[in-house]
Every structure is written in C-alpha cells, then in structure tokens.
Design a protein around this ligand. Structure first.
Ligand code: N01
Length: 621
C-alpha cells in the first residue's frame, strides 16, 4: 500500500491531481485528520466534533498552548480576565508536542528548562536526566496544564487562521479553521519561534514511493526504521539528535549535509535523588542566578579573553570545558563570539576533536565546519560524530552539488543515485516569523503583519508592532527569545504583558500600541547589536537565510537577557514609554507592578558578557 493511501482519500487525491508537493500533503494530512501519523496503516481518527463558537467576547484570545500560551493563560486567569486559547494540536506542549523525533531532548539542563513562577511546582516535579527527553518535557507540560487547571480554557484541534483589528471596538476578531469567530480586546500570539516547518520543495518529491517525515511534525506513534534504508536531509540540532538513534535501527543510513555543524558532547546522565534534593534546596538562588545571565540560564562563565590566555592554558581550558560538555562550552572565554581570532582557537580545538573521533579522514574533513564556531545555533549531541564510524552510515556532501531530485526509490545527487526506503527531512523551520505568516493578521487600515514585515520583522521589544493595537507577541522577533533559555524568556514576557494588561484595566485604557519612532529605534538597535557579534556573519535561521526568499535580518535580540529585561522594566516604570495608550484619562501613568518584580536583577555589565561586549559598544536605546 502506498503511504498516501493511509492519510485519507481526499488528501491523497488532491496531492496526486495537483502538483502541490508532498511537503504540503503531510501537514494537511495532519491538520485534517488530527493526527501526525503519516505512514502508518492504522486508521486515522477524525478531529473531535464540536460546534463552532460564534460571537463570544473574551478579554483575551491566546493563539497556541505551548509553554507561552499556557503561562499566559495562567496569568490572565490570575488577573480575572476571561480568556480562550486556541491550539492546532490535540494537546498542550507546543514544540514538545510536535517534535517527537527519536532522540529529541532539551539542551538546557532540565533543572533550569522549566517554569520558575511557582516554587511549589519546582519542588514537586522531579526530572530524571540532566537533559530531559521530549516525552518527559511533554509530561511536564501536561502536569502544568492539570496542576493549574488550564485545559477548560483551551480549545484543541483548532488552528487560528485570521485575526482582524476592529477599529471601532478597539479589539480583535479571531477566526479559526473550525468556523469559530470570537472577539477579544487582546489578541496574544504565543505561536512559537520554531514552529513552522521548512519543507524544501525538492524536485520529484511526489515520485518518491516511501514515507517522508519532517522532524518537526513527527508521527505520534513513532516510526520503526528497522531494516530500512533511510536518508536524512539536514545536519542541524534535530538531525544531530536523531541520526545516532536512527542509525541503530536502519540497515543503511545516508546523511545529506549542506553545511557541517559544530556540536559538543552532552554527557547526559541520570539525576540522582541526592542531586535533586541538593539542587532543590537552593532552587530560588539558582533561578535568581539564571535571570542575571545573558542566556537566561546559569552556568559557570569565564569572562577573560581567549586571546590573552597562554596557548597551553587555553588548550587545558578547552579540554576541561569539552569534558563538561553542552552549550557552556561557548562560555570558556568571553571573546569567542566577538573576535574572529579568538573564535579560531576554539574552532581549531573542536575540529581536532572531530578528527579524533571520526576514523575515515575524508568523512572527518567533511564533518569539520569551516564557519565561525557557534555562529549557527550550537548543537549538543550524544554520539553524533561516532555514528559515522559505523559501516552502514554514509555522509553525502551536498554543499556544492545540491539534491538533484527525488526518484521513486531514492535521492539523486551529482548523478549518483542513493536508494532509500524512507526519508527524514531535518530541515528546520521558517524561524521567528513563519508562524505569524500562517495567520492573516490585519491591523489598522487593512495592513497585514506579513506585508509590514516583508523586508524583515518590525516589533517594539519583540512584544508589539505599530499599527496592530492590543496585539501582543510572546518572544517575538526583536526579543532575546531563542538566544535565551526559552521558558525564562517566555515567563518574563508573560509577566510583563500581565502587568501591562492589568494596568490598562486599572486606568481604563482601551488600547496600547507602540509609537513608530520607538519601534524604529528598537529595530535599529537590535540590528546594530547583532553586528557586534560574529553570529551575524554566517547563514543561519537567526538571519532567515536557511530558506530561499526570506529577507536577511538578524531577528532575535542578541544584547543579552538582563539588558533586555532592564529595558522592559524601564518602559514599564515609565508608564509604558514608547507606547501610546488610548482612552485612558491618565495616559502613561506608572503602573502597579504585580508580576514583573522578580525580573529586576542587578545589572553588572562586566559579568554578563558575552552580551556585555555588545552592550558596551552599542548602548541600549
Ligand atoms: O533545523 P536547522 P533544526 N537542502 O535549521 C538543512 C532548536 N532545536 O530543526 O545549515 C539541504 O538548525 C540545513 O542546512 P544549512 C534549535 O534552536 C533545539 O535542526 O541551512 N539541506 C541544516 O543542516 C535549533 O537550532 C533542539 O546549510 C537543507 C538543516 O537542514 C532549531 O531548533 C533540538 C535544506 C536544518 O537545521 C532548528 O533545528 C532540535 C535544503 N533545501 C531543535 N534546507 C534542542 O536540543 C535546510 N537544510 C533543544
């Protein structure tokens, strides 16, 4: 049976009649059947029946029930606001709901990759490993949903397709793919930074007879690759995590690599009861230390410059940091992301490590990146480079000769045919803006957000965009978001938004909207700061260049989490300076701070490096 026959006749017919690619068929199958099962022969259940909701008015509608949407809902309820959350998936968890590929786990330590708003929650939850696997993070998300009684305000299996500002009502009309039409004063986009999969439109996709999976929309029942010839396209974080596991099952594994990837060993381990007890005894202190870090999570960090170190000492430092593993490897010295010569020292070290692991020198050479170390998002792996020592694993370089086409039974590159039974596209996401583009968001004067952002996203603090009153985004472009620990970045935004909405109610404000000049200044600042970092120099999803046709703009704020938080706090204590509040007799009055207090950390510019370098050279606006 062809795998398309398992995803529903309508979709299969549509796919075959229409040159729309397989890439389009997969998400439609998922959306229309309420399941991510792509190639299984078991029946796919229909989406749960329910009547469309029309005409209800809420204080706030939240789009998405990942960590951002869940916490926003919790805060809205705490303030007594009525709220509805619409979620495309059948459950909570966002990224961790969809990304179920083998080996998926976080690369920020579990004790810090979690909500910090509730000390009770911190104390009652026990992580099993240093880096939690995806099923455990999803269990945690479900626990939070139950623990804080969130589910009854969330409508699942429902995708928001449009949000339109109503000038007269100073509110939003929100429409879903299930026919819902509801109104809300506030519309809050909790749509995720890495949630719109990038499915390259390879030639001949529809000829391929086997299943094609995307790591970001993995079948819920899992995939058994036993005995199959599998191809993996891409070598980013998702590929690095899944390749070693797929290799254990597949009879042959071929990896198609466009850009070699820097990766550091995770040295993941089980967390003992003694470790958990000790860490929890000091949990508030750990949380406070994390908030003061440019990344929003804590790890020992050496601010000294690599270039001033004696070469033997430097080698020793790198060895010790490699032995500790993980993202903190980038914190071995303070200038690694700012001085190319400093970066060369860590890059040389990491290349020697790769060559020391991979036995075949040709493969080892191909696996050695030639770009700046940590320029793209650094990967953290368990046995990635070692996998290439297995006799049935092959690396194909597609940097100069891209994938030519898919055929019925494989992939062709440079005239060579690789026979495959299944393909995994670990090709990433339309980062930062892709999830916004999927919704028609129409603001003042009929302008859509996609139109406004055509040359690159423009948002004040990554929270709101001029022309779109009362529309908020959680970890939007221009905020630290993906350059910080995501859950901390989310919590800070949500707490700020909760205080903002509470204040508006206190003073009777009808709407809030950034001033165009403050937004322009912030966007320019985000851009200027990025130039200080070597991260702006290569092609990556940070700058949108992982996909054709996207403008090259450094999207997240790289100035550092505490500096950003300080700016947000100043804006708030200034009565939301840079925003215009309409309909309130008192205008930009100082607000009552309900939730943001915990984000006020002492700002020590000398210890918050690497962002400090940027901050010194480009002052915060
Ligand atoms: O995606 P990616 P990802 N032809 O964009 C290649 C987070 N995350 O899903 O580098 C051939 O990094 C592309 O090649 P190139 C984390 O923030 C975290 O792996 O553009 N190849 C690249 O190799 C991460 O950074 C974890 O030249 C094509 C790969 O596909 C982010 O999500 C785990 C191609 C895509 O890599 C995204 O990671 C997983 C084409 N047309 C993800 N198009 C944690 O550990 C793209 N590629 C927490």
């Amino acid at each position: 049976m062809h795998w398309l026959d398992t995803i529903g006749v309508d979709i299969a017919m549509d796919f075959r009649a229409n040159p729309a690619t397989l890439a389009n068929a997969i998400p439609r199958a998922i959306e229309e059947n309420g399941s991510t099962m792509i190639a299984d022969t078991t029946a796919i259940t229909a989406r749960r029946e329910r009547a469309a909701e029309v005409g209800t008015v809420f204080d706030a509608v939240v789009v998405g029930a990942g960590f951002a949407g869940m916490y926003m809902l919790h805060r809205l309820r705490g303030l007594g606001f009525s709220a509805r959350v619409f979620e495309a998936g059948s459950g909570v968890g966002g990224t961790w709901y969809w990304n179920r590929y083998p080996g998926a786990r976080c690369d920020v330590e579990s004790m810090q990759y979690s909500f910090s708003f509730s000390e009770k929650l911190d104390q009652e939850w026990n992580w099993s490993e240093k880096y939690a696997p995806q099923p455990e993070i999803l269990s945690y998300a479900n626990h939070v949903a139950d623990r804080f009684d969130l589910r009854r305000h969330i409508v699942f299996d429902t995708r928001v397709i449009a949000a339109t500002f109503d000038e007269a009502a100073k509110g939003w009309l929100i429409e879903t793919d299930r026919g819902d039409k509801v109104a809300a004063k506030f519309c809050i986009m909790a749509v995720g930074c890495l949630s719109a999969p990038n499915r390259p439109n390879f030639r001949g996709l529809d000829d391929f007879r086997g299943p094609i999976y995307h790591t970001g929309e993995w079948p819920h029942q899992g995939v058994d690759f036993t005995g199959l010839r599998v191809g993996v396209v891409g070598t980013g974080s998702s590929a690095i995590q899944s390749i070693p596991i797929i290799a254990q099952q597949a009879s042959a594994l071929t990896v198609f690599q466009r850009t070699a990837t820097w990766s550091v060993p995770a040295w993941n381990e089980k967390l003992t009861p003694e470790y958990l007890q000790a860490a929890k005894a000091d949990y508030p202190a750990l949380r406070a230390k994390a908030r003061a870090r440019p990344t929003g999570f804590y790890f020992p960090f050496n601010t000294k410059p690599a270039l001033e170190a004696n070469p033997d000492d430097r080698e020793q430092q790198y060895e010790e940091a490699w032995a500790r593993g993980g993202l903190p490897f980038l914190g071995t010295y303070g200038d690694l992301l700012f001085e190319k010569a400093a970066n060369d020292t860590i890059a040389d070290f990491a290349r020697r490590k790769i060559r020391g692991i991979v036995k075949d020198p040709v493969t080892a050479d191909l696996l050695c990146p030639d770009n700046v170390f940590g320029c793209k998002r650094l990967c953290v792996d368990t046995g990635y480079f070692e996998t290439y020592n297995l006799p049935h694993v092959k690396l194909v370089d597609i940097s100069r000769t891209p994938i030519e086409r898919f055929t019925a039974d494989g992939i062709e590159v440079d005239g060579v045919k690789y026979r495959l039974d299944a393909v995994v596209c670990a090709t990433g996401f339309a980062a930062m803006t892709g999830s916004f583009d999927k919704i028609t968001i129409t603001g003042r004067a009929g302008l859509t957000l996609s139109e406004k952002w055509r040359a690159g996203p423009r948002a004040y603090l990554g929270i709101a965009s001029a022309g779109f009153p009362n529309l908020f985004m959680i970890t939007g472009p221009g905020s630290p978001s993906v350059l910080a620990s995501m859950i901390q970045a989310i919590e800070q935004h949500v707490d700020w938004l909760a205080d903002c909405m509470g204040h508006m109610r206190d003073i009777g404000a009808a709407s809030i909207e950034p001033l165009a000049e403050d937004e322009d200044a912030w966007v320019e600042h985000v851009n200027e700061v990025s130039k200080v970092s070597l991260r702006s120099t290569c092609s990556s999803w940070y700058v949108g260049s992982n996909m054709p046709g996207r403008p090259r703009v450094f999207m997240p704020y790289i100035g550092g989490f505490p500096i950003y938080v300080q700016k947000c706090n100043e804006v708030m204590t200034g009565g939301f300076s840079g925003f215009v509040l309409e309909g309130a007799p008192v205008g930009n009055a100082a607000p009552e701070v309900r939730y943001t207090e915990r984000w006020r950390v002492p700002l020590d510019i000398d210890v918050i490096s690497p962002a400090a370098v940027a901050a010194r050279r480009v002052p915060v606006v």
